[in-house]
Write a new protein. Structure first.
Length: 219
């Protein structure tokens, strides 16, 4: 499996974008991405979408190579045909997990990565592939407006992610992480986790912060 989990893409660290292209293993001009999002009005005017397209441009992925999928219908195999990367965007983690389940994307993602496709997550998109999304309830918590009871994620990695980590939230994250049974990788906006064939590494430089590291999971 190939997964690329980030806080903010490579907006604040272009080197992360270079590592992403290496992981995909294709020319940027040939790399095709399915960008998964919660429904957004005026999609192409959204400032976060525009920022992401600037990131794609920075690694020479053409805009026309990116296809949108919003949680408004069931996913189909045709949506993923000829796709190299399923990229789940950021937002409210509870809404993303609900949408992924509701559209059948959870099953398609699992099949996709087993067949050597690349999964990329940004913030919420990184949380949903963890064993649970419990870390989304820490620090500046996402609001569970859906009343989602089952917080189990796709369980594609054996750890949790705490995105947008900095010293201001260290105490809060540490207090919450110690109560979890899973290791927690705290990612700054300049870092990413690269998972390739079961091996995980943190890229992007800076201090590496992992809580609850145990013998079952090593970096």
């Amino acid at each position: 499996m190939k997964l690329f989990l980030t806080s903010a893409g490579w907006w604040k660290n272009p080197d992360i974008g270079k590592e992403f292209i290496k992981l995909v293993g294709k020319k940027p001009s040939e790399t095709r991405i399915l960008l998964v999002m919660t429904p957004v009005k005026y999609l192409k005017r959204n400032k976060y979408v525009l920022r992401m397209f600037r990131q794609f441009k920075g690694v020479n992925i053409p805009e026309e190579n990116v296809t949108f999928f919003q949680f408004e219908r069931k996913i189909t195999r045709d949506d993923i045909k000829n796709i190299d990367v399923i990229f789940v965007f950021g937002g409210n983690t509870f809404e993303y997990l609900d949408g992924i389940r509701r559209t059948g994307l959870d099953k398609e993602i699992k099949s996709f990565v087993k067949n050597r496709g690349v999964y990329m997550g940004l913030s919420a998109g990184s949380y949903v592939v963890c064993p649970t999304i419990e870390a989304a309830t820490w620090k500046h918590a996402d609001r569970n407006q859906l009343g989602l009871k089952d917080l189990r994620g796709l369980n594609l990695v054996p750890f949790l992610i705490s995105a947008h980590f900095d010293e201001d939230v260290r105490k809060n994250v540490a207090k919450s992480a110690i109560k979890s049974k899973y290791p927690t990788i705290a990612l700054t906006d300049k870092q990413a986790v690269l998972v390739n064939n079961g091996e995980a590494s943190i890229i992007g430089g800076g201090e590496i912060t992992v809580f609850n590291l145990n013998n079952k999971f090593k970096l």
